[in-house]
Design a protein around this ligand. Structure first.
Ligand SMILES: *Cc1c(COP(=O)(O)O)cnc(C)c1O
Length: 404
């Protein structure tokens, strides 16, 4: 294998104490002797060896180096090292999607007879994975109220192995007390897994708050411009190693092209999350003043029940909010249909603002009772605030709101 170490010595600055913004731009890059300034892409499925002996040594693992891109790829490794640095984790495993990340964590850290406790308000496909597939292999799953630590406590069983949560939750933006749930987990030899998709490490670093593993859908804010599907798991070497084992055998690893897009996404992550937050806060404050809006859910508003907690564990408030309008489903649909710029889609984490009616899309399969318990009324709309001028976003929403 070409040894680039001497060539790279010029750029081996010590990033141990580097700031987040520095790591986002510099961590993980390995330059080739071609002297490229931007990160190289290695779109190759396999790698060649200089001799039969070298092939044997690399296959056996005696000599480190690439063998096949389902196992390792230099572009993917750059993304993994950069994201690990940003999440303050020892190791990262990139995956084909956010769901592949969650799947790999479950396969690596659960077995038949184990018990998983999840917050009730998790992403729809996460719920399907737990209900339809984990249960098929004899893994028990319980759901609890994200905000109620006693609910987590009373759901504990002898065989509980994993806690899973998202914070802020979708679509009503509840904020979990991550340190408190982590303490409860560790008192009971349970691992805490946090889906950090809504915040990204630019806003919240769950490992520093006590979580054991962080999962990401890189598809959202890490890409930031809606181009690629991907995911990642971050944590200690010890906990990531079995996840890598699952990925290498089962195969849902990240493609080098996607890894390159996500690596470049990380470079602007901090700037983008600031701009998303600024726009979302301005929009939330404006929505609170609108006579046809009955409620606004955004953790950056002092009216939010976990406003203090959000300030403690997040450095910013993020780009996602939801609000209720007068007139129930009919009113909500009118607001959606009156928009001309905002994209009607359930996606989030994009430069383009999106709007969705959770009760009839992302949460349409829940029963009325389940929706009511989750706070998802027929009049609720979720906005993932993009990077357009906020006055234009307001204008687009005002069109429908003012006609109610
Ligand atoms: C989108 C999303 C996922 C799933 O990620 P994919 O990349 O679509 O597989 C998981 N969790 C959350 C919170 C998400 O928003």
């Amino acid at each position: 294998m070409t040894d680039f170490s001497e060539f790279n010595a010029r750029y081996q600055s010590d990033l141990t104490d580097a700031e987040f913004e520095t790591l986002a731009v510099r961590a993980g890059q390995v330059r080739t002797p071609e002297c490229e300034h931007s990160e190289a892409i290695f779109p190759t499925s396999s790698y060649v060896f200089n001799s039969a002996a070298e092939a044997a040594a690399r296959f056996s693992g005696d000599v480190e180096g690439n063998v096949y891109s389902r196992y390792t790829n230099p572009t993917v490794r750059t993304f993994e090292e950069r994201l690990a640095a940003l999440e303050a984790g020892e190791a990262c495993a990139a995956t084909a999607s956010g769901m592949a990340a969650i799947y790999a964590v479950c396969m690596a850290h659960l077995k038949t007879g184990d018990h998983l406790i999840s917050s009730r308000s998790v992403f729809g496909s996460t719920n399907v994975l737990f209900e339809k597939f984990l249960k098929k292999f004899g893994i028990e799953v319980s759901y609890v109220d994200l905000l109620d630590i006693n609910d987590w406590k009373s759901a504990l069983q002898e065989n509980t192995k994993l806690f899973f949560l998202e914070s802020p939750s979708n679509p009503v933006i509840e904020i979990a007390d991550i340190p408190a749930i982590a303490d409860l987990a560790h008192q009971n030899d349970v691992l805490l897994v946090v889906d950090n998709c809504f915040c990204t490490p630019a806003i919240q670093q769950p490992l520093k708050l006590g979580a054991d593993l962080v999962v990401h859908s890189a598809t959202k804010y890490i890409d930031g411009q809606g181009r690629c599907v991907g995911g990642a798991v971050v944590g200690s070497f010890e906990l990531i190693e079995p996840v890598i084992g699952v990925l290498r055998s089962a195969g849902p690893t990240m493609s080098p092209f996607n890894a390159w897009v996500f690596t470049k996404g990380l470079e602007t992550l901090s700037l983008r999350m600031k701009a998303h937050t600024e726009n979302a806060l301005a929009l939330a404050q404006w929505l609170e003043q609108q006579p046809n809006v009955t409620k606004v859910n955004y953790c950056g508003l002092p009216s939010h029940p976990q406003y203090q907690l959000a300030q403690q564990q997040q450095s910013m408030f993020g780009g996602v909010l939801s609000f209720e309008v007068k007139g129930g489903r009919e009113g909500a649909w009118k607001v959606v249909d009156a928009t001309r710029m905002i994209s009607i889609t359930a996606n989030l984490g994009d430069a383009k603002t999106t709007i969705t009616h959770p009760a009839t899309t992302t949460h349409g399969r829940l029963t009325d009772e389940e929706r009511e318990r989750a706070g998802i009324s027929q009049g609720l709309l979720r906005i993932a605030v993009g990077l357009e001028g906020v006055a234009d976003i307001q204008k687009d929403i005002a069109a429908g709101l003012n006609a109610l």
